[in-house]
Design a binder for this molecule. Structure first.
Ligand SMILES: [Zn+2]
Ligand SMILES: [Zn+2]
Length: 392
């Protein structure tokens, strides 16, 4: 039983670490130990390690660590790309090694040997396409067209020049400090892709997320069907009920079946749990990016809107406070002449009540148009070059 418990603990720890690392900054985890683990994994651990290296190796060690950090986090580098290829390759290898001998089985036909290979190949293809495609680099040649295609909203984007590229900065673009270029409709710089996600490759990125979500679900379900097939082929239920006299009910049989599976197929169980966890995380990430696509917003813009709305609320609050102060001074003089009843005062609208601050996204043209803009980027349309170039 010890091995089974170790596997269960391993699964739970993996789940906790993955959720904390990827989702720990979400507002729902605020103040929880998941947020603390996230902080430790993303900042605390690095900080302790930096101090440890400084204490052990002095200034030289700290400088060397700084160089490694600069190379890994601030410069384009293929570290995460290699890790992605390593993970997908290793998972597929372990599935082939542990489960292909049971295909064809009771529930899975031989065709799944080839479908799985095609599915993994398709995933890698989308990864390469997103990694090596142009995200929509803005340069001196196309900047005027981009300026015309993306008008300034004068709320979160106003006319300015990129101080590094020395060209006008079209609305929705951002200078990526890692890639050192301005990218149109900039979403974010993706370390896994070692590329920016922008106007031209958001479609590949979305396809990558969707494909990998399906791939993980397919992998987990296929392994579950392989195991279900083994249960059937080896007549495990019959053996448990007839030879061991266990009652033929789900609650009586389930613990024995789980122990048998963990004993005989622990590699498959581990891979299945891993794929199920990753598919859930991918579903969350896909849902977030789908919401951005249908509302025609980018990750970069969500931060900008958050900043703008919080600033606007503060301004409104300050205005309301000033108005309240003015009103109370006025009332003080008025009350002396005409006292106001307590009930009337209770139902009176306070000037401090927050004036609703709304997000006015001028780029949102309705769900269909927004999705079409992802699938067929503005710069790939004929109308893009025909637009009357607008000087910055
Ligand atoms: Zn730039
Ligand atoms: Zn970048």
């Amino acid at each position: 039983m010890e091995v089974e418990w170790l596997l269960v603990i391993h699964g739970l720890v993996t789940l906790l670490v993955l959720i904390s690392f990827l989702c720990g900054q979400w507002p729902i985890f605020e103040g929880t130990f998941i947020q603390k683990i996230h902080f430790f994994l993303t900042f605390g651990a690095c900080d302790y390690f930096r101090r440890f290296v400084g204490a052990m190796f002095g200034q030289k060690g700290s400088n060397a660590l700084f160089c490694v950090e600069y190379y890994c986090c601030d410069r384009p580098n293929p570290t995460l790309q290699v890790i992605y290829l390593g993970i997908i390759g290793a998972i597929y290898y372990f599935i082939v090694q542990s489960s292909f001998k049971y295909i064809p089985g009771h529930y899975l036909g031989e065709v799944h040997r080839y479908i799985s290979l095609l599915a993994v190949g398709g995933g890698i293809l989308l990864f390469l396409l997103t990694s090596f495609s142009d995200p929509g680099t803005v340069n001196a040649v196309n900047v005027s067209h981009y300026l015309s295609a993306y008008p300034y909203d004068n709320i979160i984007f106003s006319e300015k020049e990129c101080p590094t590229c020395k060209i006008p900065k079209p609305a929705r673009s951002k200078h990526c400090s890692i890639c050192d270029r301005c990218v149109a409709r900039f979403d974010h710089h993706c370390g896994w892709m070692n590329n920016c996600i922008g106007e031209k490759n958001s479609r590949y990125f979305m396809a990558f997320l969707f494909w990998h979500f399906l791939l993980c679900v397919y992998g987990a379900v296929a392994i579950a069907l392989v195991l279900a097939g083994r249960l059937k082929e080896l007549r495990v239920i019959d053996i448990l009920t007839v030879y061991y006299g266990i009652e033929k009910s789900f609650s009586s049989l389930a613990p024995h079946v789980v122990v048998w599976l963990l004993d005989s197929y622990n590699t498959q169980i581990l891979i299945m749990v891993f794929l199920a966890i990753i598919s859930m995380l991918l579903a969350g990430f896909l849902a977030y990016h789908t919401k951005l696509c249908v509302t025609n917003t980018t990750t970069n813009e969500t931060f900008k809107w958050k900043e703008y709305l919080s600033w606007k609320r503060k301004v409104n609050e300050a205005k309301a406070s000033a108005a309240a102060l003015k009103a109370s001074l006025g009332e003080l003089n008025h009350e002396k002449k005409h006292p106001v009843s307590k009930w009337k005062a209770f139902f009176q609208r306070s000037p401090l009540e927050e004036v609703e601050v709304v997000k006015n996204n001028i780029y949102d043209r309705g769900v269909l148009q927004n999705v079409f803009e992802i699938v067929v980027p503005l710069s790939s349309r004929r109308s893009f070059l025909q637009r009357k170039p607008k000087s910055g």
